[in-house]
Design a protein around this ligand. Structure first.
Ligand SMILES: NC(=O)C1=CN([C@@H]2O[C@H](COP(=O)(O)OP(=O)(O)OC[C@H]3O[C@@H](n4cnc5c(N)ncnc54)[C@H](O)[C@@H]3O)[C@@H](O)[C@H]2O)C=CC1
Ligand SMILES: Nc1nc(=O)c2c([nH]1)NC[C@@H]1CN(c3ccc(C(=O)N[C@@H](CCC(=O)O)C(=O)O)cc3)CN21
Length: 282
């Protein structure tokens, strides 16, 4: 059930993606996060490198960062021409005011440009923890609207969650998602192993709740900031709470905040320890 994991690679990581550590199971999809200081050309080159390595590139598209229809049109054209991109991931973007006409992910979908550029699958974000700026009911309404718009356009979708330190909250959120009648595949975002300090830095940057109780549950020791923290406890709790009858299609999405080689080592250990040896099979 949890096979075909996906992973993120920044434009810098993407250049070396062909040299993924030996023995690391190949990811089914490689997402390229939209870092605002980078150019569209860098994003396209990253996706081309991922494609050249025989992997499936999935660029993030940040609605609020895009300057307009012409930029989106050119970017999608280049992604298709140079990297044969078929799947994208749309997000609002971490700025309070949009740089151009797109205030949210739905407005990107409604341009109609995805289908004209041969995109087949448009991923959308899931938020198992409270979002620092956006109330829960708005996020649920937005998710339903995005799914309806994609379906009407004949596009497939998947939900990819923001990472969280609290497996119980993720399970509750997944239960609510299915109870709302949403049947699309879900990828649960998890950080790869890294130092506690790095994890907390990314949590702060990404608006992820790091309450004392959540980080304790995750197994983080705030007194050992340089110590390593992997997602093992989180995954054990997640696995224990997933129900094949009701959870639907669930896979993992890895944020390699500590780098690919740490992810590879950790995957090997984790697969050896767990009975679910297919957890990371491509
Ligand atoms: N890059 C990533 O992997 C992820 C990014 N995010 C961030 O989560 C937020 C929500 O994104 P989506 O689910 O795509 O929402 P969305 O584009 O579907 O928008 C949902 C609603 O939230 C509002 N909204 C979105 N971002 C906002 C912000 N930063 N401040 C105030 N209102 C905002 C929108 O105007 C809209 O009403 C964004 O800030 C996004 O960048 C969340 C998860 C993962
Ligand atoms: N709100 C939000 N915004 C995001 O951009 C975002 C999320 N959430 N959730 C998870 C992923 C992780 N993302 C990111 C964000 C930044 C870097 C980044 O800047 N990496 C630098 C190193 C920075 C550092 O060490 O602090 C790099 O060069 O790889 C990578 C992934 C993007 N994503």
């Amino acid at each position: 059930m949890l096979d075909a994991y996906s992973i993120e690679a920044t434009t810098k990581d993407a250049a070396a993606i062909g040299a993924l550590p030996q023995d690391m199971p190949r990811p089914a999809q490689v997402f390229v996060p939209y870092l605002h200081e980078e150019s569209d050309d860098q994003r396209v080159a990253a996706c081309a490198a991922i494609r050249a390595a025989g992997l499936e590139p999935v660029p993030h598209l940040s609605a609020r960062r895009l300057e307009g229809l012409a930029e989106l049109d050119r970017l999608l054209n280049d992604l298709r021409e140079q990297a044969d991109v078929r799947c994208v991931f749309v997000i609002a973007g971490d700025i309070a005011t949009a740089a151009g006409p797109f205030n949210d992910s739905l407005s990107l979908i409604e341009t109609g440009l995805f289908e004209t550029h041969g995109i087949e699958n448009v991923g959308i974000a899931g938020h198992p923890d409270d979002h620092p700026e956006v109330p829960d009911n708005i996020l649920w309404d937005a998710m339903l609207a995005k799914i309806a718009a994609l379906e009407a356009r004949g596009l497939q979708t998947q939900v990819v969650t923001q990472f969280s330190f609290d497996a119980t909250r993720v399970l509750d959120w997944l239960g609510e998602l299915r109870a709302r009648g949403i049947t699309v595949p879900v990828r649960i975002g998890i950080p790869g192993p890294t130092s506690v300090r790095t994890l907390l830095r990314y949590a702060a940057r990404c608006g992820v709740a790091a309450s004392a109780s959540a980080v304790a549950k995750y197994g983080l020791s705030l007194s050992r900031l340089l110590g390593n923290a992997g997602p093992d406890t989180f995954l054990d709790q997640l696995n224990a709470g997933l129900d094949p009858a009701t959870s639907g299609e669930v896979r993992l999405h890895l944020f390699p905040f500590g780098g690919f080689s740490k992810v590879a080592d950790w995957m090997e250990q984790f697969s050896r320890r767990t009975s679910s040896s297919t957890l990371f099979a491509a």
